[in-house]
Ligand binder design. Structure first.
Ligand code: MD3
Ligand code: FE
Length: 204
C-alpha cells in the first residue's frame, strides 16, 4: 500500500479503504437510518453546510452552548449507533500503518458534503488526549482538503482527496488548522452527489 507523508505527523494512505468502500457505504446507510444526518448549529448561531451524524460510544455535537462529545444523539435521546467492527479495524490498521500503535477510537464523526458544502479552517481540540491521532476516511465525490499551520493565518496546502483515501493526522500535525473547499457538483457511482468523510477519534 503506497503511503506518502504530507507534513510531519500527517500520513496519506491513498486508496487504503478502496476494497471496503461499498461495505462502508452500506454501513453508513444503516447508521443514518438510526441517527439521521442533520445540520448542526454553531455556538455563533450559524447552520453548518456539512450534515453530520456519529457512531460509536461518543458522538461530536455542536449547538448554541458549544462543541462537545455526547453518548446520546440529542435528536433521538438514544445512544449513537454502534461503531461497526470493520470501521474500528480499518481505523486501527491505518493508524498502525502511520506509526500509531494501539489506536482505540471511541468516536466516529460522519460528515456528509453535498455540492457547495464546505468546512472552514478550524482545529480539532475537543478531545482529551492530543497524543492520539485522528484517522480520516474519504468516500464519494473528490474534495480539496486545506491543511494549514499552527495559527489560522499560516499558509495552507491544498490536497485533493478521493474516494478510498485515508489520512492519519497525529503528532506534530494533530493541532494544525484544516478545512475543506466547497464541494464541486458531480455523481459518484456508489454514493451519488455527495462526499462522505469519517473521522475516527479518541475523545475521552
Ligand atoms: C488535521 N473533517 O470533521 S478530515 C472534521 O473532510 C474535519 O470532513 C474534514 O475536519 C472532512 O473535524 C477533514 C481530515 C482531518 C481531520 C482532523 C484533523 C484533518 C485533521 C485534525 C488535525 C489535523
Ligand atoms: Fe477537523
Amino acid at each position: 500500500m503506497p503511503s506518502e507523508p504530507i507534513t510531519p505527523g500527517a500520513m496519506l494512505l491513498r486508496g487504503f479503504v478502496l476494497p471496503l468502500g461499498s461495505a462502508f457505504a452500506e454501513a453508513i446507510d444503516t447508521i443514518a437510518g438510526a441517527a439521521p444526518f442533520r445540520h448542526m448549529t454553531t455556538p455563533g448561531g450559524f447552520t453548518m453546510s456539512v450534515a453530520m451524524t456519529n457512531c460509536g460510544p461518543l458522538g461530536w455535537v455542536s449547538d448554541r452552548t458549544g462543541y462537545r462529545y455526547e453518548p446520546c444523539d440529542p435528536v433521538s435521546g438514544r445512544p449513537w449507533p454502534e461503531m461497526p467492527a470493520g470501521f474500528l479495524a480499518l481505523a486501527r490498521a491505518a493508524a498502525a500503518e502511520a506509526g500509531f500503535a494501539d489506536f482505540d477510537p471511541d468516536a466516529c464523526l460522519i460528515n456528509r458534503y453535498q455540492p457547495g458544502a464546505k468546512m472552514s479552517l478550524h482545529q480539532d481540540k475537543d478531545e482529551r488526549d492530543f497524543s492520539q491521532p485522528i484517522v480520516s476516511v474519504s468516500l464519494g465525490l473528490p474534495a480539496v482538503f486545506l491543511f494549514g499551520g499552527e495559527t489560522r493565518k499560516d499558509p495552507t496546502l491544498r490536497l485533493p482527496l478521493e474516494h478510498g483515501d485515508v489520512v492519519v493526522f497525529g503528532g506534530a500535525a494533530r493541532l494544525r488548522y484544516h478545512g475543506v473547499m466547497p464541494l464541486k457538483p458531480g455523481q459518484h457511482p456508489r454514493l451519488g452527489a455527495c462526499r462522505i468523510n469519517l473521522t475516527f477519534r479518541r475523545a475521552c
